[in-house]
Design a protein around this ligand. Structure first.
Ligand SMILES: Nc1nc2c(ncn2[C@@H]2O[C@H](COP(=O)(O)OP(=O)(O)O)[C@@H](O)[C@H]2O)c(=O)[nH]1
Ligand SMILES: Nc1ncnc2c1ncn2[C@@H]1O[C@H](COP(=O)(O)OP(=O)(O)O)[C@@H](O)[C@H]1O
Length: 211
């Protein structure tokens, strides 16, 4: 009885199981995540990462990323404030403990958008998330989407395409992801994503309704 109470208390503190999203730059992660969070704002919360890259037009500090200098971020990493961090395309990115705790404190499913190095490093922690890979239909489509997005210099675009090739190879490793979604038609990909998360969404809704 006492133990059961304790277990429940602990589970409540940790919150529902997080979900990690990964996949090449330009695959459509942000597009799908924003749609998902907008439609289920009482179910999902975004883990706001830190990055040393500059904000893009329309991005907001504290909402899309915490934009920081390399010195400040490295100092925080050295201070043990990060769950994981990685160098991607010439910039530093990382998930702080505070970012995940802020979402879990609200009893929401914490969504992490991280690269393959992040996936590998999160697997070494006790976060135990569900792992979802978002993949483009082809490299050609990926390149077109990245170019049309108009956010990258040619140099940055080439770095992202190179990283995408590596990413797509690593993603094939058996057991790396629980679910793989190919983002060809956006509405179909979104439907598949919601289907994959349906059980977790219902769990959170049920828990909220009874609390
Ligand atoms: N390891 C890790 N990767 C991250 C983190 N935040 C973002 N990323 C990844 O960094 C890469 C670049 O992200 P970004 O600069 O926003 O470009 P985009 O993916 O092209 O929109 C993507 O693969 C993200 O998934 C993080 O906290 N940790
Ligand atoms: N299914 C799709 N069909 C066409 N364009 C898409 C689709 N999904 C995303 N896009 C567009 O492709 C670009 C890259 O998507 P984005 O969500 O920024 O990718 P990521 O976050 O994985 O880097 C964006 O301009 C987005 O509007």
């Amino acid at each position: 009885m006492y133990l059961r109470h304790f277990t429940r208390l602990f589970t409540a503190m940790a919150g529902p199981r997080p979900v990690v999203f990964s996949g090449p730059s330009g695959a459509g992660k942000s597009t799908l995540l924003k749609k998902l969070i907008k439609e289920h704002e009482n179910v999902f919360g975004f883990s706001v990462s830190h990055t040393t890259r500059n904000p893009r037009p329309g991005e907001e500090n504290g909402r899309d990323y915490h934009y920081v200098t390399r010195e400040a971020m490295q100092a925080a990493i050295n201070n043990g404030e990060f769950i994981e961090s990685a160098e991607f395309s010439g910039n530093l990115y990382g998930t702080s403990k505070a970012a995940v705790q802020a979402v879990q404190a609200k009893n929401l499913i914490c969504i992490l958008d991280i690269d393959m190095q992040g996936v590998k490093n999160i697997k070494k922690t006790d976060l135990s998330p569900m792992y979802i890979s978002i993949q483009p239909p082809s490299m050609e489509v990926l390149e077109k989407r990245l170019r049309d997005r108009n956010t990258e210099s040619e140099e940055s675009l080439q770095k992202r395409l190179h990283a995408a090739n590596v990413d797509m190879e690593l993603s094939k490793e058996p057991g790396m992801f629980d679910v793989v979604i190919v983002n060809d038609n956006l509405e179909d990909a979104y439907k598949n994503l919601k289907q994959a998360l349906l059980e977790e969404i219902n769990k959170v809704k049920k828990a909220k309704a009874s609390s």
